[in-house]
Design a protein around this ligand. Structure first.
Ligand code: GLU
Ligand code: MG
Length: 439
């Protein structure tokens, strides 16, 4: 949508826009928004709208996980990015927002600003990063239960054609919102759908993940459906992943191809993958840290539950995708462990930050796992929720990459989930949180 300041309001009005939303995604991975009438657009950009500091530590269930540093006193500003306004519904435009203090500085708990900082530190090393995102979600009935009861066939022609009205409307709505979808299909799980987004810079991709969730939710509503972005919407059924892809390049070209290492990896590319793997146990609470995440991270679920890497290995935490004529985007790594309860800005920051750390330390690449890790000596990651939280809390690696303030807030919201849901039956928690990460 055109962004020139003087004409922007007129353009939006011509598109029927009456209100403008700006959203933030909090540490629990929940997206929250404020709205202004169109005539207040410029205030939303410049001074921002007030939000309490507790916005960063709201929990999946409306609890608030106050910390010694975040209480009831203070005020922050949510400011939209004026260059990124999109049409998301009749009369409604949306833009991603960042969290600022009242003086206009990025707030310490603004995960979008944190990801920008890490992108900048890649640029300071002469590196450019491209990310890509895959969103899996589950269609629900309007009441929030299963959307359909008939037998499912994964990737089935029938299952997709039966939902062609939804898929066609989704493609149209995405186009209207300027959201670049690369692929969409019905997935393995019952009523599960996947959408892949075009590669872009990490901040742009995290923005697109949120925009995609919004667009998918709006289209579903028009079809009398709801949508779950829960890691495990129904006990015992397929989980939803939120895999992120990453590639890096310097002035000599891509780091993940054209070199002498395995599959053409250059030395720095090998160290980048080693860095992602090395950071995994500490950062699991960032990538898949909700009370439901462990139920998805099981061997056999293609969720990458084992700390290893391999070419096109769908059971490895890091799936390496080589540069071939079948892959026009070039070589990249896919971190499969991420689920949709993760804040996508923070997950991308952890992924890129740990790749850079691997390069800085020239970490050696572990041997490739060329088989199903279950058939090897490689052990699945410890995914027990308490262990994941305690590991994150005591990790200097996580604090160095993502700041102590962010880790403190993240631990607080995840510990609230542990306390509230840790002893409840899984089926009950699946139901309680089925819509927690939907937009
Ligand atoms: N649904 C799987 C997950 O939870 C991923 C399946 C796939 O590889 O597409 O991550
Ligand atoms: Mg998939």
């Amino acid at each position: 949508m055109p962004a020139a300041n003087t004409s922007r309001t007129e353009d939006l009005r011509a598109h029927g826009v009456e209100i403008v939303a700006g959203s933030l995604t909090d540490l629990a991975g929940v997206t929250r928004a404020k709205y202004v009438p169109l005539q207040r657009l410029s205030a939303f950009e410049k001074s921002g709208m007030g939000v309490s500091p507790s916005w960063s530590v709201f929990c999946v269930d409306s609890g608030i996980a106050f910390t010694p540093d975040i209480g009831v006193v203070g005020d922050l500003r949510i400011r939209i990015d004026p260059d990124d306004l999109r049409l998301i519904d009749d009369g409604v435009a949306w833009a991603p927002a960042s969290l600022h203090d009242q003086h206009g500085n990025p707030a310490p708990l603004c995960t979008r600003s944190l990801l920008s900082d890490i992108e900048r530190s890649a640029a300071d090393r002469g590196l450019t990063a491209l990310a890509g995102a895959e969103l899996e979600f589950t269609l629900l009935s309007d009441e929030g239960g299963h959307a359909s009861a008939e037998p499912w066939s994964p990737y089935g022609m029938r299952t997709s054609l039966d939902r062609s009205g939804f898929l066609v409307d989704l493609a149209l709505a995405a186009e209207m919102a300027g959201l670049e979808i690369e692929q969409l299909h019905t997935e393995y799980g019952h009523d599960q759908v996947e959408v892949s987004l075009a590669p872009a810079t990490p901040v742009a991709v995290a923005d697109s993940v949120i925009l995609a969730r919004i667009v998918i939710g709006r289209v579903a509503a028009r079809h009398g459906l709801k949508v779950s972005f829960s890691p495990v919407p129904f006990e015992g059924e397929a989980g939803n992943g939120a895999h992120l892809h990453l590639s890096l390049a310097d002035t000599d070209g891509p780091l993940l191809s054209g070199g002498p290492g395995p599959h053409g990896l250059r030395d720095a590319g090998q160290s980048a993958i080693a860095g992602v793997l090395d950071g995994l146990p500490d950062l699991l609470g960032v990538y898949a840290g909700s009370t439901l995440s462990a139920a998805r991270l099981k061997p056999g679920n293609w969720a990458g539950a084992t700390k290893c890497w391999g070419l096109e290995n769908r059971e490895a935490a890091v799936r390496f995708v080589a540069a071939t004529p079948g892959n026009p985007h070039g070589a990249n790594v896919e971190l499969k462990i991420i689920d949709p309860s993760a804040n996508p800005y923070l997950a991308a920051a952890a992924l890129l930050g740990s790749a850079l750390r691997g390069i800085d330390k020239a970490l050696p690449l572990p041997s490739e796992v060329t088989d199903d890790p279950a058939a090897t000596a490689a052990q699945p990651l410890p995914t027990d929720h308490r262990t994941v939280i305690e590991t994150l809390e005591s990790s200097s690696l996580a604090a160095d990459l993502l700041t102590p303030a962010v880790i403190q807030g993240l631990v607080a919201v995840r510990r609230h989930e542990l306390t509230t849901y840790g002893d409840r039956p899984l089926a009950e928690t699946c139901q309680a949180l089925r819509l927690a990460w939907s937009c």
